[in-house]
Write a protein that binds this ligand. Structure first.
Ligand code: FE2
Length: 307
């Protein structure tokens, strides 16, 4: 299937005003516009209309993850051949979009063409907050990680790294389409699945990650700083994880690697014995909340949350 790339995420919020304050005023995501119950945001290098939609809802969670595809009719046909039911969806700035639930219940949208509003790449005086550059990856939780892995393999993603549990079974798998360390990370869980763990914006500098902590602390939002700043073992990137007012989770991330030759890449397998430094290379413990909490996802056909 001709997936071009990870494009955007639609998140639920209980307050658009609070979400704008958090994502745009404090952290520097660029606001394209608000229309009705939807706030459209993007990074400094993203010319597209949005890479994050914040949607007014009665509780937090994920509405869907969106990918750009080369040919929407062909994608639809191929999904139907896999016995996946799809439906059309309307979205601001986007033509001919479809949504569906993947085999593990993650809501996914495909589209081909989004309006371009222009990036602010070289307009440095407009860069604010953490200076988020572009949507880098998403991380979601499923019950059957092997089935999810097979599905994304069919979509043309390849594996870069994985975590094994005590029994040697896979518990996290990182996959990429275009050669970044990852576009998606699939986690395994037995409860609260399917779930959405976090979305991540790339930043250019470790300083932007430290600045995120400074900004939130100076806004007296200490409890929003959940994990880090730190350095991952897996994927190599520097990171910070923050929680918005609804407990949706956002990561800023930099300095991961590129897979130059996918045919030569050897999957980096992290054993259970490497637990001390695979999640945080400096050996810092991972907070319980990060390990145990994430948000529910919508059924794209009913708009209702799955748990
Ligand atoms: Fe991440």
């Amino acid at each position: 299937m001709d997936i071009l790339r990870l494009s955007h995420v639609c998140l639920r919020t209980t307050s658009l005003d609070k979400a704008r304050y958090f994502y745009s005023d404090l952290l520097g995501l660029v606001e394209t516009e608000q229309k009705g119950d939807m706030l459209y945001l993007r990074g400094t290098e993203e010319g597209q209309h949005h890479s994050l939609i914040i949607k007014q809802a009665d509780s937090p969670g994920l509405a869907y993850i969106a990918f750009r595809v080369k040919d929407i009719d062909k994608a639809k046909e191929e999904l139907e051949q896999m016995n996946i039911k799809v439906t059309k969806v309307k979205e601001e700035g986007v033509d001919d979009a479809i949504v569906f639930s993947d085999p593990q219940g993650i809501p996914i949208m495909f589209y081909n063409d989004m309006e371009y509003v222009g990036d602010i790449r070289l307009e440095f005086y407009k860069h604010r907050g953490a200076s988020p550059v572009r949507l880098a990856h998403v991380n979601f939780m499923v019950k059957d990680i092997e089935e999810e892995f097979e599905f994304f393999k069919k979509l043309g993603f390849f594996e870069t790294e994985e975590f094994l549990d005590k029994e040697g079974k896979r518990m996290v798998i990182w996959m990429t389409k275009n050669g970044q360390s990852h576009d998606i990370a699939i986690g395994r869980a037995s409860t609260n699945v399917p779930g959405f763990h976090h979305l991540t914006y790339y930043v250019h500098d470790v300083k932007d990650i430290i600045r995120t902590a400074d900004i939130l602390a100076s806004a007296r939002l200490w409890d929003s700083i959940e994990r880090g700043p730190g350095r991952h073992g897996a994927t190599e990137g520097y990171y910070i994880y923050v929680r918005d007012f609804d407990k949706n989770r956002l990561e800023f991330f930099t300095a991961d690697y590129l897979v130059l030759d996918p045919d030569k890449w050897r999957v980096k397998v992290w054993s259970f014995e490497e637990s001390r430094y695979r999640a945080d290379f400096w050996g810092r413990p991972v907070p319980e909340s990060w390990l145990k909490e994430w948000v529910p996802v919508e059924d794209p056909f009913t708009g209702k949350l799955r748990w």
